[in-house]
Design a protein around this ligand. Structure first.
Ligand SMILES: Cc1ncc(COP(=O)(O)O)c(C=O)c1O
Length: 402
């Protein structure tokens, strides 16, 4: 039997995270909205064991979303209501939510229309669902603004090419590259006119800002617990109108040909149950905190605008994407820091290293000409420290600041 040497196993016994919140200001775009609330930190210990949510699983239905103790069933309803939808389920990731939506709405070979700033996982979800895609273009540098009206052109294009409508339309509410916030209601209206299901990918919006699916005309909302709901990975959200919910959460009809076994309570696209343990409980425990925090969104955007303003004082440095910022995820372009990197002994790594020396992480190592950050959830005093650090580094490197 193969044996793993004992000394090799030692490294697994005491795991430590390098960039914990109490030691560093972490600006990584994917990290800010997933920082746990104190309640979630307690829940993760309480529900740490295996199938910890399942002690009181109702034997007849045996389904995660029907468990009353802890209050999972109630949470699913509150979650749907919070998003302005009728029904919600927790799945493992936003990408899984998208995959389920694509699979349940389309047949192999059908088209789905998506925005050209969608995350790679939207593309791969469509690919795994065996769908074809058509992309809605953006306007390019420097704003990269999506051409939302082109959703109608793309629907027409699909109709001309295939003689039928696309299986679905997807819009990334806030993209991961520039943090542009799109007016989802424009796409919602187009979809309604054509009668095409509208999936709003709210991975970077729901959970940090108010998102009301009904108002925006969304039929389905997907989101990411570990990105924007102060929850541990893996947690994703799939919410829908009642009509779409019937399609997405269709019950199993399979019958064993020999045993005649049936599983008619199980929602087959979810493979019955999804996140049956600690990550789900962090999402639930953080819910009151999330409901409260979305009201503070204007202050969060204000902090980001302040940081952009400070960074733009540095020569050759400017924010790209739509201006002024409407979201906390930000993309900067800096010819100044890039020029420094050309002669610096640490090359492009100097910026990361200088920031880290000052207790700031999350700007990707090696990047200077283009880098991203997210200030979400940082108190103003920490945002000011970040601005100060960048200005200090610029000064040390003899870059001018206005
Ligand atoms: C817009 C968008 N959607 C989805 C995802 C993936 O989320 P998850 O890890 O929950 O699948 C990302 C990840 O960065 C993203 O930026």
């Amino acid at each position: 039997m193969p044996k793993i040497p004992k000394d090799r196993l030692e490294i697994y016994r005491e795991l430590k995270r390098d960039f914990s919140e109490d030691k560093f200001i972490n600006l990584h775009p994917i990290q800010r909205g997933g920082v746990l609330s104190p309640e979630a930190r307690r829940a993760i210990i309480e529900f740490a064991d295996g199938y910890s949510t399942c002690d009181w699983c109702p034997p007849k239905t045996a389904r995660l979303d029907m468990i009353q103790r802890p209050p999972i069933a109630q949470f699913m309803q509150d979650l749907a209501e919070f998003l302005g939808m009728d029904v919600a389920r927790v799945v493992t990731r936003c990408r899984e939510a998208q995959f389920i939506a694509f699979t349940m709405l389309g047949n192999p070979g059908d088209y789905v229309i998506l925005d050209s700033l969608a995350h790679y996982s939207t593309y791969t979800a469509a690919e795994l669902a065996r769908l074809r895609i058509k992309e809605v273009p953006h306007g390019g540098y420097p704003e990269f603004r999506l051409k939302l009206d082109a959703y109608a052109d793309k629907i027409e294009e699909v109709r001309r090419e295939t003689g039928k409508l696309p299986a679905a339309v997807l819009l990334t509410h806030v993209d991961y590259l520039y943090g542009n916030l799109n007016d989802a209601a424009v796409v919602g209206k187009i979809c309604k006119e054509y009668g095409v299901p509208f999936i709003l990918n709210a991975a970077y919006s729901a959970g940090v800002m108010n998102v009301d699916g009904k108002k925006l005309g969304a039929d389905i909302i997907t989101s990411s617990g570990h990105k924007s709901w102060a929850a541990s990975a893996p947690t994703g959200i799939l919410a829908a109108t009642e009509e779409m919910g019937e399609k997405l959460f269709a019950r199993s009809r399979i019958v064993g040909d020999w045993s005649q076994r049936k599983f008619s309570f199980k929602e087959y696209a979810l493979l019955g149950c999804t996140v049956m343990g600690a990550p789900l409980m962090t999402l639930i425990a953080s819910f009151p905190h999330v409901v409260e925090r979305v009201e503070r969104w204007p202050q969060e955007v204000e902090n980001t605008r302040y940081l952009v303003e400070q960074l733009e004082r540095i020569e050759g440095t400017r924010q790209i994407g739509v201006r002024p910022k409407e979201h906390t995820l930000t993309h900067m372009e800096s010819d100044g820091f890039y020029r420094v990197s050309q002669t610096h002994k640490r090359k492009g790594y100097f910026l990361y290293e200088e920031l880290r020396r000052r207790g700031i992480v999350g700007i990707q190592p090696g990047l200077t000409r283009h880098f991203k950050f997210n200030t979400y959830g940082l108190p103003r005093e920490k945002v000011e420290r970040v601005a100060q650090a960048f200005l200090e580094i610029a000064e040390e490197q003899k870059l001018k600041a206005s």
